[in-house]
Every structure is written in C-alpha cells, then in structure tokens.
Design a protein around this ligand. Structure first.
Ligand code: URA
Length: 426
C-alpha cells in the first residue's frame, strides 16, 4: 500500500525506516505542487540528515528529482561531451581554467554552472563580472556555440530539476545541507539532466567543504559513481583539498583575473596542478586516450596559450569584454605581526569576510558585488616576517580589516607538504 500521508512518511524516516519509490515520489511531487509544506519537508530532510538513506532510496530520490523537469539533449553536438562538477569550495575558479583547456584539446564543453550560495562561490557569478557576458542564452544558441567554438558556459537553461531548486533552497536555510544522500542526489540529478556522456567530479574535502573528512568524501564519491553507473555514465571522482583557499583570490572579478593569469602560465602552483589534473581526466575520458597522453596535451595547451585563447573566444562569443572586468578601487593590506611560517589559513573566516563585503550571497536573492574580494599575498607554508603583507582586501570603502589577522596561524616550524589531490575514485 502506498503511504500517501506526509506525516506517516516523516515518522517512518524518523524511525529509521526505508522509504519506497512511491513514498519518495509522493513527497517530492507534492512538495513541488505545494501540498507538502516547507515545515513538513524540512522535518523529513532533517530525519534524512540524521538517519541517512539506503543506496536504493538515494537512487530513487535522484531519479525522481531528475524526472521532475526537462532534460537537455546534447546529441546534436559531435563528440563525447564530458562535464565536470565541484561539490563547492572557497575561491573555486577551477572551471574557468579547466573548461577552456579541455575545449582547446578538442573535447566539447557544453557546461551549465551554478551561482554561489553560503561560503561557496559559483562559476556563473564569476563570469558575470566580465562586462557584457551573457550567461543565459537559449538552448539553441548554447548548442550552436559548442558546435562553433567547442565551448559554452551558461546558467541553467529551461526547467532542469525544479525539485532540486526547491529542496536545495530549503536545505540551505534549515541546516540540512550536509548529508551524503541529499548532496549526491542533488548533484547527480542536475548532472544527468544536463546531458553529458561522462563526468569528472571534484569532491572537495576539508574545512572549507561540505565533506570534512576523507572517509565521508570517499563515501560521497562512491555514492555518486554508483548512481552514474545505473544511468550508464562513466564517472571519475577526484578527492581534493579544500582546507585552504584555492589559488590566491576570493571574489568574482578577482577570480576571473586569476583564471586568466593561470591560463597565461602564472597560476599559483597547487591551483594549477589541480586544474591540470582535472583537465587531463576529462580529456582522457573524452578522447579515450591514456592519462599520461592527456596530461601532455593539456600542459601543451597551457604552455602554448591555446587554453587562454579559448577562454577569450568563449568570452567574446557570449558578449563579454575581457578588457572590462571592474575591480574595486581600494586595496587595504593586512600585515604580519609575527615572524615564522604560515601553518594555517582559516578558509571559512576569509570566505565569510569576503561575503560581508558583498562577494557572495547569504540569501538566494542577495545582490553580488562582483568587484570586491581578497587577494592572498602568502600561502600555507610560506615564511613571513613582521610587516610582510599577508593579504589585500579589495573593497569600495575604508574598512577595518584587523580581525582578519585571526585567520592566520603563524608558527616556528612549517608543516608537511600540502597535497592538492588526495585520491581518485572510479
Ligand atoms: N552542490 C549541489 O549542487 N548540491 C548539494 O547538495 C551540494 C553541493
């Protein structure tokens, strides 16, 4: 018998029961329709956070969310389409570097990206800091652009996974984001709806990520890979370090400029390595060649600036003016008060500060200030002397930035080498 009573469904999950396909479908459909109220859905989401879901429940939730809206058909684009998705980080401008490099290698990139929420940034917000850049082109224009220049980066077109939109917004304000089945079904429903043949997942782990330890990051990766397999999608997950800011900037326009620097060969070392690794897995999947050959190809596209050229081509095709990326005009330096080595940088403190300037959203309808942010002048394991600049805050007004000093731990001895990629799961 189908349980068509939301209260009974909530109680079943509260008592650690396994929900059937029909019970999940009833809940999701009626939540979209408005019969299941926000407070009832929040209660069920919290029960899921606390008691989990079986693999079968997670798969069913993904499929029901995927079927809640349109699916993109990329069959009019030649070649194997490979998508990439990051589970979300601070200063994560990886897509802006990886996508043009992979496209320059001849693997078509038809990518839909999201906006930032909470302390995580979003690719679409970053692209919109380029004057004129249009992130909401039609589906026909999107496909034509990929066929013409090999790459398009857009915000979600059409009515893709409306269930996730509504559930994610509720999770964000009810403390129910950090759950493996909820994250896996949210990400995978969107990736499956956006039509790529193969997917590389950048599963972030650490203080600035949803997953705080490697065990959970592996579990999330395996859950997403097994969902993908059931839909015949080949998926590789890279588990990567999000304990520290990625690269040296946080904030939209600043991150676009850093992406350009990186494609110009002047990127921060760990960030560049992450981009090259992600890009080579994508090229290997897209071209069916070895990882070694893919890495050689990606490095060549970085060194000969074809990745940079492709990024400029993309910006032009979507109406952007690369010479018009506005940065706020105040640059306030934070100086070191100690001698020693930087052994930690509190990534969340920096992200929250950048958000307080307007670089990110705390609520879905907050307006972003693309021009502001943080430029790190030192990274973990760098030696610093008193009065060395640790970072610059880029902002519109004179503000007191002294409290940011607490984000730095400066010790007598440096720490062991900071890894950027911890593990690869297939
Ligand atoms: N990214 C998503 O798209 N969904 C989540 O639940 C978490 C990260």
């Amino acid at each position: 018998m189908i349980n068509k009573n939301i209260i009974n469904i909530i109680i079943k999950k509260k008592n650690k029961g396994e929900l059937t396909y029909d019970e999940i479908k009833y809940t999701v459909d009626n939540f979209i329709g408005g019969e299941v109220k926000d407070y009832q859905m929040s209660s069920l989401l919290m029960a899921i956070v606390l008691n989990g879901m079986t693999d079968e429940e997670t798969f069913n939730l993904t499929k029901i969310m995927l079927d809640s809206g349109d699916k993109l058909d990329l069959s009019n684009i030649n070649g194997i389409k490979v998508d990439k998705h990051s589970t979300g980080g601070v200063g994560d401008k990886t897509t802006l570097v990886v996508a043009p490099l992979v496209a320059a290698c001849g693997v078509p990139i038809a990518k839909m990206s999201g906006r930032g929420l909470g302390y995580t940034g979003g690719t679409i917000d970053k692209l919109e800091s380029i004057s004129g850049f249009n992130t909401s082109i039609t589906e026909e224009e999107f496909i034509k652009e990929v066929n013409d220049i090999g790459i398009a980066l857009v915000s979600q077109t059409g009515n893709l996974v409306p269930a996730d939109k509504k559930i994610y917004a509720l999770r964000d304000v009810t403390g129910t984001t950090e759950s493996i089945p909820l994250i896996a079904s949210s990400i995978m429903s969107k990736k499956l709806a956006s039509g790529a043949d193969k997917i590389v997942l950048d599963v972030k782990v650490g203080k600035g990520a949803f997953m705080k330890n490697i065990t959970d990051a592996r579990k999330l990766s395996k859950t997403m890979i097994s969902i993908g397999k059931k839909f015949n999608k080949e998926i590789v997950a890279l588990i990567t370090n999000m304990n520290y800011p990625l690269g040296y900037t946080i904030g939209n326009a600043l991150e676009v400029k850093e992406a350009i620097d990186t494609l110009n060969g002047n990127g921060e070392e760990r960030f560049t390595k992450l981009c090259l690794t992600l890009a080579s897995y994508m090229v290997s999947l897209g071209k069916g060649i070895s990882l070694e050959d893919s890495l050689d190809m990606v490095v060549e596209k970085l060194n000969n600036k074809e990745g940079l050229k492709k990024f400029f081509e993309l910006i032009k095709a979507q109406g952007g003016d690369v010479n018009n990326i506005e940065i706020a005009n105040k640059k306030i330096a934070l100086k070191s008060k100690n001698n020693g080595y930087i052994t930690d940088i509190d990534v969340i403190k920096l992200a929250k500060f950048a958000n307080s300037l307007g670089a990110g959203r705390n609520k879905k309808d907050d307006i972003i200030n693309h021009k502001v942010g943080i430029i790190l002048n030192k990274k973990v394991n760098d030696e610093v002397r008193i009065d060395d600049t640790l970072l610059y805050v880029v902002c519109d007004n004179d503000i007191d930035i002294d409290k940011l000093y607490d984000a730095f731990t400066i010790s007598n001895k440096n720490i062991e080498e900071v890894k950027i990629v911890y593990d690869i799961i297939k």
